[in-house]
Every structure is written in C-alpha cells, then in structure tokens.
Design a protein around this ligand. Sequence first.
Ligand code: NAD
Length: 296
Amino acid sequence: MARIAFIGLGNMGSGMAANLAKAGQEVRAFDLATDALKRAEAAGCLTATSSADAARNADYVVTMLPAGGQVRAVYMGEIFDAVPQAALLIDCSTIDMASAKAVGEAAAARGLAMVDAPVSGGIAAANAGTLTFMVGGSTEAFARAEPILANMGKALIHAGGPGAGQAAKIANNMLLGATMVATCEAFVLAGKLGLDLQTFYDIASRASGQSWSMTSYCPVPGVGPETPADRGYEGGFATALMLKDLKLAMEAAQDVDASVPMGGQAESLYQAFVNLGGGSRDFSAIIKLLDGSWRR
Ligand code: NAD
C-alpha cells in the first residue's frame, strides 16, 4: 500500500481518487471545496487541511487541477516544501506547455522526480478507472508511476521526456476538435442534400470519412451509439474545456512555428459557440451552431 496525496477532487479527480482508495492505497485528499472533501471521505479517502498537509508523508503526489496557474501555485507554493525527497510527483491536469516546463524544472532543481501525465477518456472513464494516460518524464519515473496510474487507467503510454505528455494531449485534442467540427459539417451537408442521417452514418462509418468523432461520439441524436447528443448535449466534455485545450494547442504551435490552420478554425468556431452561451454543453453540440438551430 502506497501513501498517496491527491489534490483536486473535481469532476475527474473525485473518481480517480476513489479508484486509488478502492485499490487499497492510502489516499490523503485535498480540495479547496468542502463538498469535494466530503465526497472523497465517503469514497474511502483520508482528508487533509491543505496541499502541503496532504503531501507531508506521501510516497506519491497526484494532482488533477483546472489549469497551469493552479498547478504552479500548488507545487511551487506548497508541495515542493512539504513533500519527502523520495516521493514521485504526478500531474494529471491538462495545462500549458510553459507551466508544465516551469514546474518540471523547479522540481528537478530540488532533486524531486516528476512526470506530466494528462488523461483522455472523460468523466465516465475517470469513474470507471479506464483512463488513457500519456506520460512525459524519464524512463525511471515512468516505471515508478505505472503501478499507481494502473489503478486509474487501462492504457499507460510513455510519450517521451518531461512535457511530452502535455504535448501529446494538446495535439490529440486539437485533432479531436477539428474532426468533430468536420463530422458535424458532414452531417449538416448530408441532411441538406436530402440524405437520411442514419443512412449517412451507416455509410460514412464504414467508409473513408470514419473517425472517433463519428463512430464513438456521434453528434446527431438517435444516430450511432448512445452519446451526449442523446441527452440534450448535457454531460460529456464541455465546450469550454475543448476551447481551453484548443487555445493551449494554438499557444504551443505559435511557440514552435507549427502550421495548424484546421486547429485554428476549430478554435474560432468553439470560441463563437462559447460566446453564444454554449460553453457548458458537450463539445459535439457545435453541430447546432453549424445547422443554425442553436438556442441558448
Ligand atoms: P474541475 O474544475 O471539476 O476540478 C478541479 C478541482 O480542483 C476543483 O474541485 C477545484 O476546487 C480544485 N482546485 C482548484 N484549485 C485548487 C487548489 N489551489 N488547491 C486544491 N484544489 C484546487 O475540473 P476537471 O473536469 O476535474 O478537470 C481537471 C483537469 O483535467 C483539467 O486540467 C481538465 O482540462 C482535465 N481533463 C478534464 C476532462 C473532463 O472531461 N472533465 C477530460 C480530460 C482531462
């Protein structure tokens, strides 16, 4: 049994911490929100009074925070000074490359081992323990992280050195954003051309237009597997979070002079949808902006 400090018990972190506790680990959890702490306690975690308190005797620290600002504040302001020198630090948040690099370098300067390990799979996979982890860090740090991540995920992939996990996550989600927009456009066009949308799905899902956005996350209600489209685009992966990830991708692309025109178009469309009040809907609801049916 390992002693694990878990910081950030939100939509994703609550299920992840619960799965660590279920696997028999000693989880000391902290979040700024008291109701999140209560949920963690009910799921078998111990609770702490601060991030530093959680980290004090930890073998591992796992963080699942909203963005780079919180990750910098929690590690640089609290955890680095409190955590035992032998602990492994695992940041699972999706954050900007600059913050990931700054925090990773600050950890290395103190002789602390750290990996960036963002996830794919969403809230359902976080609850079910079936996340995909993309991990950046040394081979040795990855090997140490593996048994802990295995309690929360089914696919653990070593993406490369420090920051490589964030790079993989940002590039993957830019691809997801762009394919979702393209999939929505194709359904709108097919409908206007008089095709039955289920028939179009049956064809495109077995033809060269097939993608995950179509066959696993179809944006049309009643077509394909059950998805957020069948629940009024509630739940799932919020448009605001997709926009956040697209902005991270655009920032990273600018820093390295990468040409990403489709990602840029997707970012503009998701920004427009957020401005029109679609931020809390699942990101596949962008189809309603494209077909003109969006009402707040
Ligand atoms: P969330 O906002 O639901 O949870 C974040 C939690 O962090 C909140 O409970 C908040 O109170 C806590 N927090 C913020 N600052 C803190 C601090 N200083 N100290 C302690 N706790 C603090 O967010 P989420 O949906 O769980 O997402 C977390 C991360 O995972 C994000 O980076 C997101 O991009 C990424 N992600 C989310 C999904 C998804 O489907 N929601 C999927 C993959 C990746």
